[in-house]
Structure formats: C-alpha cells, structure tokens
Design a protein around this ligand. Structure first.
Ligand code: ADP
Length: 170
C-alpha cells in the first residue's frame, strides 16, 4: 500500500478512480466538480442524473467517460460550520465510502482532491488530518486499493499533506 501527495489537476491523472468533491445534487458545480464535469464530457452529467443525489458524508460511483480515469467517485463533503456539527465525521465518511466503492470495482489506484476545503471552507490542516488518518485506517481493509494519491491544487495544500505524511511515516 502506497500513499502520497502531489500537486496537480486531478482531471489529468491516469489512475483507476478519481474522487470528486461534489454537492448533494451531483449535478455539477464550481471548483474541482466543474473541472471534472468539463473534462469528462456531458455523459457524466447524464450518468449523475440517474443517481438521485447523495447524502453528505456518502459517495456514489460513475464511469469516467472522457477522463483518463476509468471511474469517478462523487463524494459529498460537509460545509464547514465551526466544527461542532459533525463536520469531521462526515468528512471521514467521504474518504471511507470512496475507498469502499473503489474496492467494489477492483480499482487499484485512487486520487482524492482536498474535499470540503474550497467553497465549503473546511480548514485545510484539520481536513488533511482527517483525510490521512481515515485513509490509513481504511486501506488495510480494502485490499484491492494499492495506491492512494492526495491531489493538491495549491502548493500550500501540498505542504500540509507532505508534513502529515512525513510525520506519520516516522
Ligand atoms: P468543496 O466544495 O468540497 O470545498 P472545491 O472544489 O471548492 O470543493 O474545493 C476542493 C479542493 O479542490 C480545493 O482545495 C480546490 O483548490 C481543489 N481543486 C479545484 N480544482 C481542482 C482540480 N482541477 N484538481 C484538483 N483539485 C482542485
């Protein structure tokens, strides 16, 4: 099992599954969601339309269509509301469910964006801690997933993830 962090546009990654930071409607939005829909093409929206939305903390799977990735896992992160409304637990749910869905289609490699830390305003340090801890705990249970990449959009986000991964490697 391998976990790493890179700085990239997640739509360019040649992995089995990329995760989308979607909203409950699953009908597209701004940020990484908009980028994934643009790159995957209109077939993605058609596929999402049949899914009936998604609860916060849960995720749903579609094909990747025109993306290099075979699958998109649409996870709905929580909107940050001060941290006392179960935000961390819901965020952890996104990572757990995404890994379960990846394993259900025998995906071996998966890439995550930094869910909830854009428009949804979850503080990056706390979100990255939840992401790294949850992925580490879940990976031992999902044997088909061999490689997890945290795909950061900014250099500063990458620095946060790298510090956490280096710390826990020691
Ligand atoms: P949310 O609504 O869950 O906060 P956003 O899309 O606003 O979702 O932001 C989540 C993260 O995705 C942010 O760190 C943002 O900078 C990043 N992001 C935006 N576009 C891309 C992209 N093309 N590839 C990877 N990450 C992206």
């Amino acid at each position: 099992m391998n976990i790493d962090a890179i700085q990239a546009d997640i739509t360019t990654l040649d992995v089995d599954a990329i995760v989308n930071a979607a909203n409950q409607s699953l009908m597209g939005g701004g940020g990484v969601d908009g980028a994934i829909h643009r790159a995957a093409g209109p077939e993605l929206k058609q596929a999402c339309r049949t899914l009936g939305g998604c609860e916060t903390g849960d995720a749903k799977l579609t094909d990747g269509f025109r993306l290099p990735a075979r699958y998109v896992i649409h996870a709905v992160g929580p909107v940050w509301n001060g941290g006392e409304r179960g935000e961390a637990e819901k965020l952890a749910g996104c990572y757990r469910r995404a890994l379960e869905l990846a394993a259900s289609v025998n995906a071996r490699s998966i890439a995550f964006p930094s869910i909830s830390t854009g428009i949804y305003r979850f503080p990056i340090e706390r979100a990255a801690e939840v992401a790294v801890e949850t992925v580490k705990a879940a990976m031992s249970e999902h044997s088909t997933v061999e490689s997890v990449t945290f795909c950061c959009f900014s250099e500063s986000d990458l620095a946060v993830y790298e510090a956490l991964l280096n710390r826990s490697a020691r």
